[in-house]
Design a protein. Structure first.
Length: 292
């Protein structure tokens, strides 16, 4: 493992591959075990998976805060237990065929901060078990609705039964559930036919490294500095003396109320995240130059 291998690599995941496999391929290419990813993408879905390497594995929770952009295609008048094509699809015998105007009129209710019931076939924990394990046994599930944020929801194409949507949403949002609930609001049902994650924050699909192209050289070349993982956090540059104290674990009085501040050295390298302490001051954690 080269100590300098730290940062983020946006990888383009093909269909039929798990997000875990993407991480394993990058880990093998770079010869390191210190690898993780921010935001699972279902095996059937394609698109951006942000892989964090080295120090940046401690930034996964921050990458989760970035909004996710999707292009989803749904088939109306059909349904399945998993809300997508992974399980047996049934067709409605006399489906309602909503007009484009009717769909447009239903969209605003799904924009902004909403409560969303996760999909029965999902990795959500229910009574200590993954929901999909219970669903596969054919047992009924009552999943609690969770608050999610949908920044953007637009129709990009519609020719019944196929409805294509562009979506920008918070982490934890189920795109399958958007299709399920939108269809229900229109008096019909839907399955998700395909899903592409086109971006995670600033990491866009057109600039992601294709999984088949992941090798030592290509992964090193695609590696973005750890600071690229936290574009949404306020940034603070530390001079040498303050930095030395921060690395030792000193509490810094920055006069800022932010819970988390990206801390950079004078060379512009991320040295960790300054977390707000109960005293109102900030401490470097994770601390990339120290041990914590």
């Amino acid at each position: 493992m080269h100590h300098d291998v730290s940062g983020v690599i946006p990888v383009a995941k093909p269909a039929g591959v798990t997000s875990r496999r993407v991480v394993d391929v990058v880990a093998r290419a770079l010869g390191t075990r210190s690898v993780g990813h921010a935001g699972t993408l279902d095996p059937l879905a394609t698109g951006v998976v942000v892989v964090c390497v080295g120090h940046a594995t401690k930034l996964v929770d921050y990458v989760h805060e970035l909004s996710k952009h999707y292009a989803g295609s749904f088939l109306l008048g059909q349904w399945s237990p998993s809300d997508d094509l992974e399980t047996t699809v049934e067709k409605e015998s006399a489906p309602v065929r909503p007009s484009r105007a009717e769909i447009e009129a239903a969209l605003p209710a799904f924009r902004g901060a909403i409560l969303q019931r996760p999909c029965d076939y999902s990795a959500v924990h229910v009574a200590g078990q993954r929901a999909y394990r219970i669903a596969r046994k054919g047992k009924p599930i009552e999943l609690e609705a969770k608050p999610v944020r949908i920044e953007r929801l637009e129709i990009t194409g519609y020719e019944w039964p196929r409805l294509c949507l562009a979506i920008e949403c918070s982490s934890g949002t189920f795109v399958r559930a958007i299709g399920r609930d939108l269809a229900a609001a229109l008096g019909t049902r839907a399955v998700m036919e395909s899903l592409v994650r086109t971006a995670v924050g600033p990491f866009t699909l057109d600039r992601a490294l294709a999984l088949d192209d992941v090798a030592f050289e290509s992964a090193r070349a695609a590696l973005l500095s750890p600071g690229a993982a936290v574009p949404h956090l306020p940034a603070h540059s530390l001079d040498a003396a303050t930095l030395a104290g921060a690395i030792r674990g000193d509490l810094l009085d920055l006069g800022q109320a932010a819970e988390a501040i990206a801390a950079f050295d004078r060379a512009g390298e991320l040295v960790g995240i300054l977390r707000r302490h109960e005293s109102g001051r900030h401490r470097l954690k994770p601390n990339f130059r120290g041990l914590g």
